[in-house]
Design a protein around this ligand. Sequence first.
Ligand SMILES: Nc1ncnc2c1ncn2[C@@H]1O[C@H](COP(=O)(O)OP(=O)(O)OP(=O)(O)O)[C@@H](O)[C@H]1O
Length: 647
Amino acid sequence: MARLRNRNLKIEKQSWQPVGIESLEDNALIAVKAERSSIVVAGPGAGKTELLAQRADYLLRTDTSKSPRRILAISLKRDAAKNLQDRVGKRLPAELAERFDSMTLDAFSKNLVDRFRLAIPEFWRPNDDYRIEFNIKEERADRMIREAAQRLNCEPADVAGIGPIRWYRECFSLRLPIDGSAILENGSIREQLAVSQWQHYLHGKYRYLNFHMIARLAELVLRTNPAVLHAMRATYSHVFLDEFQDTTNLHYDLLRTAFLESDSVLTAVGDTKQCIMTWAGALAGITKRYSEEFAADPYVLRANYRSEPELIHIIGSLAQQIEPEAILPICGRGRESGNGQCRVIAFSDDAEEAIAIALVLNELVEDEGVEPRDICVICRKFVGQYSSNLVEALQQINGLARVRDETKLQDLLAEPLVELVVDAFLVAVSDEPQPDSWSRLQSVLEKTGRSDSTQQQRIRNKLLSTLIDCLRLSLPQCEKTDDGIKVEVNRVIDAIGEKSFRQSHPQYRQGTFFEETVSNVVKQLGYRYGDEPHQFGTWTDVIGDLLGETSIPVMTIHKSKGLEYHTVIFVGLEDAAFNNLKDPAGDANAFFVAFSRAKQRVLFTFAKSRFRRKQSRKNVNLLYGWLEEAGVGIENASDIKFDESIW
Ligand SMILES: Nc1ncnc2c1ncn2[C@@H]1O[C@H](COP(=O)(O)OP(=O)(O)OP(=O)(O)O)[C@@H](O)[C@H]1O
């Protein structure tokens, strides 16, 4: 049935047109239709992610990705993966969009490990109840290195004096040999320590795995199981690699084992100037290596569709500071000038700065009518501290604008389980129709169901309507406690079917992540629903607040990657935030990423005293110099009236 419907939807290659946009620049169009593997290199706002969405459209509509084969899109961040899935889902009919799998590299790896755990050689096989360790702190890594040394009866100094965090990372950089015991016997001390640490994680008391380990295990699964490798290659006719510049050594190993010398066609997109993962081992020269090994054709894009011409000019100038050979971008909308502005303002201290930013934010929201979600406050570190200063300042001026620390919620909101609950609640409580939420709910049911016959579809619609009717009655009477809210969340999960939902989402198949996500979303809803002054009485407001519709996000540069905003306010262009400028591939690129998120305006701030400490601009002077060369000088806050528009 699916095949028949797809055949009806098929169009000829020459009749295909870009969907949802007017046109693509020439090279982008060639890359969309390319028959061989390729690497698309382009600056910020060039439409790299958009190009992937268009390519998915082209490959599926023209049946170039022959049904039932699928497209795999790999991103590094959960929200980026979701964003791409949403773009494709919105444009293609469900029968075609269903053949597009957008996921993070971590999810791709975990899926392989969980499905084929028993095919992993025993020495490396994790238990099925392993837990995930997300971050590691310096002290804990230090303790681990000592314990590992103790297990091997040697001194921590024997690991040649590298810092604990670097040691921890190096433990997992090892490409796993099938038989690890040989290393334990004959490897160098460093290798023995690494394998001992692996064994401690796999078979020790805690049974933790981190995502470096999971990527290594996934690579081992594919390398040692020809049938699994063959099945995966047969499934995916095309593979997309987003933000390719941030690919690490161990991720590249996995991709190589998975697809090198297969018939899968790869499309990588990236911008070396936006590489901000060198600290996590992003591979230098990755683009060149990939181009050679996969015989990928290079395509360079020049347009910038995001920013106003004035900002594009600065972006071009900064790009050439980072890479002298960088090609200058041109405005994708064909304009020579517009309303772009960039300002750099120095304050005497962070209190004065917070009030000024609060006034600027308020002016934008209240007087100019910019949507809070279209503004972003970026800081390099300590998002909590920076946002608390701003919250206070916004309270003092008593305006409409509100900010919130986005770092905590961004990943949670990108979780399919949270999206499911929010969509169901939203459809149930909203006075307006919610077509996007409704169609996402339908596709969840479709994905979790076994057949797509018309009769099944009718049953699914009925089931969904029953759930929504139930929620309409129960949500307004829901007890204002976490327990009460949990009943409602479970109502949604039960209606969809917990087992099949978990099965169709690799991240929930194993371990306690599903339960943790349920408890997190309950907590977040509970925090918002109630009679306390910071809480809301209606579910529409609760959901709106959870989605952050009414507040301005504050986030790190890392979290801002791939996103775009009308105005970007970068707080603290100071040495304390940028201390690695000797590493041009690190902080300078981060600065470039932050700047290039803006469509219309960018404001950088400097506070001579922050958190009661004197701040300097010695290291960061390089960046001030770059801005000056691009025509942006530093202004003194005392010369500016912040109670009027500064733009
Ligand atoms: N061909 C096009 N025509 C019109 N608008 C486009 C086109 N391509 C992309 N855009 C728009 O330009 C903006 C930037 O696109 P996109 O996010 O895909 O760029 P990117 O290259 O991935 O950016 P970055 O690397 O900076 O994150 C988006 O708002 C997108 O909708």
